[in-house]
Design a protein around this ligand. Sequence first.
Ligand code: ATP
Ligand code: MG
Length: 308
Amino acid sequence: MAQSQEAAAGGTAPAAIHTELLERRYGRHVALHGLSLVVPRGSVFGFLGPNGAGKTTAVKLLLGLVRPTGGEGMVLGLPLGEPAARRRIGYLPELFRYQEWLSGREVLEAHAALAGMERGRRRAAAEEALATVGLSGEGLRRVGAYSKGMQQRLGLAVALLGDPELVVLDEPTSALDPVGRHDVRTIIQNLRAKGTTVFLNSHLLTEIEAVCDEVAVLDHGRVIAQGGLGSLLQAKGVDVEVEGVSQEEIGRLGGTWSAPRNASFPELAEGDVPELVARLVALGGRIHGVTRRRASLEQRFLDWLEVR
Ligand SMILES: Nc1ncnc2c1ncn2[C@@H]1O[C@H](COP(=O)(O)OP(=O)(O)OP(=O)(O)O)[C@@H](O)[C@H]1O
Ligand SMILES: [Mg+2]
């Protein structure tokens, strides 16, 4: 992939992630078909899909843990699997297990050492990461005594250690209670605020909807929808709370009437809303509210999987 193409995809700096037709086969089974993706720096990118869709396979390819059987990609401006890029990426694997006999702080210090952090900075970095994930005060306990949710928080702390430029999280909240999920959302929002790129694998749609700028939806190894959340969730149709306009007039404008004063225009495109409002007002209508319909990500997701 040419460097200039890279730069074009992400503005002046290369995109955080850029893949072209990335593919992984296991024997005859294709886990990931030609994945082409651009994740701009500083964005929060959601990678969605049902079980077995290929999300973890894609993440492992991005990190160089699995080799592609086709296609190519760059991460932080370097080819996939390049150790220099890997050092700038924080990663929470889907299946995490840390040394049970070590304390949480020791696990973090060991990872800091592996990442090449100077000895003098490790303790403070470990404490900071523990605090970020809500484990302050638990750092000296043995990991074997941590609950599953605490272990996942520790995994997240490992991913955040040393302020990486790109954070890759594979199902970061699978073991967490609602408070833990909320905490992760806040952590991701804070990462975005300081310009860190986040690549988030999940099948928890409400979570993706709450934090992601852009998503790709994967099914059976293929991307079936991709784009900004705003445009993916855009739906036709508007509901207007109006009085002073007859049912017949509403019908002539393409709407249906329901008591006491609600008119629905299910086929109206977003751009036609001002014109509709102007016409209703010209007919003597008094408008109390206009609501554009927006599909939930969950509904969209089910629609996409159905039409596949
Ligand atoms: N090492 C492997 N050997 C053989 N097949 C594999 C291997 N790893 C993954 N696969 C297959 O690739 C497909 C995608 O798996 P992957 O783990 O990427 O899915 P996923 O989207 O992460 O699913 P989940 O939501 O369950 O984590 C599956 O059909 C899986 O069986
Ligand atoms: Mg997975």
